[in-house]
Design a protein around this ligand. Sequence first.
Ligand SMILES: [Zn+2]
Ligand SMILES: [Zn+2]
Length: 329
Amino acid sequence: MSRFALVRYSRYFSRLNPLHYLNKPLLFSSSSDSGRDSESQTGPPPIRVGLTESAGRAVFATRRIGAGDLIHTAKPVVACPSLLKFDSVCYLCLKKLMGSSDKFEDRGVSYCSQECLENAKGFHDVETRADWSSFSDYCRTHNFKYPLIVKRLCCMIISGALSVDCLDILQPAALSAEMIKKIEDGYGLLWNAFRKANFKDEDVAFLTKQWYTGMLARIRINAFRIDLVGGSCGEDLLSLAAASVESEGAVGHAVYMLPSFYNHDCDPNAHIIWLENADARLNTLRDVEEGEELRICYIDASMGYEARQTILSQGFGFCCNCARCESRD
Ligand SMILES: [Zn+2]
Ligand SMILES: [Zn+2]
């Protein structure tokens, strides 16, 4: 069972070694800031990224991992708040802002801390040079969230925080002609915003229609919708995982490197959750043996067989053959 066809996976896998990313502090953090698991998370995570014959790229346990244990944490490559949440979550890390006393405001947006404000300063400086009203209207009217991620990505690239090829290793979705047409409208608005703000040609030379479409194709199947389950790290993570399905709506979306390498299963042995901000936690849901593949569920696992198959096929472009689907459960 695979998220994607093997042939396409292999092509991208061969270009960059995913293990290269494991030690990058921006993308992966082995120390937990919640405190709960800090003693068990020193050194590299107990996983390896490898290739399977049937499923392409996959994540495997390198030792036995107990049920409910933290496998690793992951920092987003890029995270972006939902348009509706701009006033209520940190503009960088998506942490919920409780009141005006714990907001750090800067040029019309709010951060949870001085640290987030400082860390966002590079791309925020770039962003505030341009007028985004038409682009934001386009996203709001169509209820599009992914173009906002590309916009932030552009600002981060121009500020020097990210490289142009930072998401190239991720698998792109196959896009229909109709989707590409809508994407091109957004590209035009984004390009115009930079052009009208008199950005130097060399600063925005990377922003071709092809690059923009390629980024959206990757973000479409690799972005995670972030539902925070609260900051109470003393609670049982398995019940927090269940609660995340019912929480009050996404605070935003983010793209990660390592979590994107996990394949899907409708009865997964691992789970991705967010406690208080866009830093992801990958936990086991049951005991996992050494060498076993770790899989997460990309969708709401409580749905029936037909609904799951439809969403996985239309949203992610694959037909799920996991054990649960084989039994038509
Ligand atoms: Zn923050
Ligand atoms: Zn399945």
